[in-house]
Design a protein around this ligand. Structure first.
Ligand code: ATP
Ligand code: MG
Length: 416
């Protein structure tokens, strides 16, 4: 019986993994420059954590979570809730008034797998906890934008504000009145949403619904003074830092906890899976989850599958680094000497490829090529006798062979 990976769950094999490492490395360097520290979080959490933070009437909680019903635990569908749980649990706000944290890893959502949409997918998640400064919003967005630039990925930025508990309820009423007038023309999901989560009607993907809401009232015209000032300062910051954006009054995001600034980075190159990163401010969430009163936070998540697809499409090539040296030991004695030298050289920090199956010289040289070896060294009868071998440069054909004494020190010096 052949067992395959589950639908929507993917292996990332050598040959593919290099691009993932490249992406992650680039991101880590950028996050470091902006003074973010890494936090590593568990994959499994109490179901309540997600139900309470993401919101009961959201796609994620209603239909996408992998929950072990008998244990009341859920594989995390996103990282923000877990990160805030950890922030509260470890009293991180006591250690430092503003925490700047990032985490990278797999998330789980039970949705229909497609290109750029998996059931286990990976996010790079960045959060600033403990600041309500609009400067933080624009700084964070500018950081994401800088990472896209450094990756050579072309995206556009859409921006909105969702107001706050002071101004959103009134807007919600206006919107519900507007939606109710058109309810019969909406899809069944939106008819239900109009009662449970009316803002979600605004980002319905069904064409009929899109047509109905073109003239829907805009939240941006209903912001209270504080939200309005915050949003203006965010835009000033983006302008100052040279980040281009467009306002999208229909962008409401799929999670309940957002308030004020929300944003998405969109690509035109991946069909329906257009969002490559998304985030926003969630000022009430920390308190809801039992943290200190009046806490503030903002963050975003980048979808790594989609970024890797874009890197592939634009033909970003990351060469496998390959081993420094392949040692081909021929015959029992040659293999024995190669075995000892390999370990000595590895201990010196040199990467070594070798064969343990007694293969022929020709077969071993093929392996050296598969290992992308920079140098090769053959140890057969004549080398054993003379104690001297020849190091061949596998990358530079013009570089001639170099004689070397068969000791760890001499080999290390020759190829170092
Ligand atoms: P979408 O509208 O594509 O479903 P979302 O709003 O559900 O996205 P978020 O929860 O905001 O996504 O997650 C942030 C990012 O994570 C998305 O912009 C996307 O790049 C990525 N992402 C989300 N769900 C998936 C998935 N199932 N497979 C791959 N990437 C995903
Ligand atoms: Mg989704």
């Amino acid at each position: 019986m052949k067992i395959k990976a589950l639908k929507g769950f993917k292996d990332i094999v050598p040959g593919e993994v290099e691009l993932w490492q490249y992406l992650e490395e680039k991101a880590r360097r950028v996050f470091e420059r902006f003074n973010f520290a890494e936090i590593r979080l568990p994959l499994l959490e109490e179901t309540q954590l997600f139900a309470r933070s993401i919101g009961e009437a959201t796609d994620i909680v209603e239909k996408e979570m992998y929950t072990f019903v008998d244990k009341q635990v859920t594989l995390r569908p996103e990282a923000t809730a877990s990160l805030i749980r950890a922030y509260i649990e470890h009293g991180l706000y006591v250690q430092k008034p503003v925490q700047r944290l990032f985490t990278i890893g797999p998330m789980f959502r039970h949705e229909r797998p497609q290109k750029g949409r998996l059931r286990q997918f990976h996010q790079m998640d960045v959060e600033v906890l403990g600041s309500q400064s609009p400067r933080v919003d624009s700084e964070l967005i500018a950081m994401a934008s800088l990472l896209f630039t450094e990756l050579g990925i072309n995206v556009s930025l859409e921006l909105n504000s969702l107001g706050c508990p002071a101004c959103r309820p009134k807007y919600r009423e206006t919107l519900v009145a507007y939606v109710n007038e058109r309810k019969d023309a909406l899809c069944s999901d939106c008819q239900r949403r109009s009662e449970t989560n009316p803002l979600r009607v605004l980002d319905c993907k069904v064409q009929a619904c899109k047509e109905q809401i073109v003239d829907a009232p805009s939240i941006l015209e209903h912001l209270c003074d504080d939200c309005s000032e915050h949003f203006n300062t965010v835009q000033d910051g983006l302008n100052q830092l040279g980040v281009k954006y467009t306002l999208n009054k229909f962008m409401v995001r799929g999670l309940d906890y957002y308030c004020r600034t929300t944003f998405e980075f969109i690509t035109a190159d991946l069909g329906a899976q257009a969002a490559v990163a998304a985030g926003g401010r969630y000022d009430g969430l920390i308190e809801t989850l039992g943290g200190p009163k009046d806490s503030h936070g903002i963050g975003f998540a980048m979808g790594m599958e989609r970024l890797v697809l874009l890197l592939e499409q634009q033909k970003t090539v990351v060469e496998p680094s390959g081993v420094d040296l392949f040692i081909a030991g021929i015959g029992e004695e040659g293999a024995r000497l190669a075995y000892g030298l390999a370990h000595g050289l590895r201990a010196q920090g040199i990467s070594i490829g070798m064969d343990h199956e007694g293969r022929s010289l020709k077969a071993q040289m093929k392996l050296a090529n598969k290992d992308f070896a920079k140098f090769a060294l053959i140890i057969g009868d004549s080398e054993l006798e003379s104690g001297v071998g020849v190091v061949k440069n596998m990358r530079d054909r013009d570089a001639g062979p170099q004689e070397v004494k068969l000791t760890v020190e001499a080999i290390a010096a020759t190829i170092g």
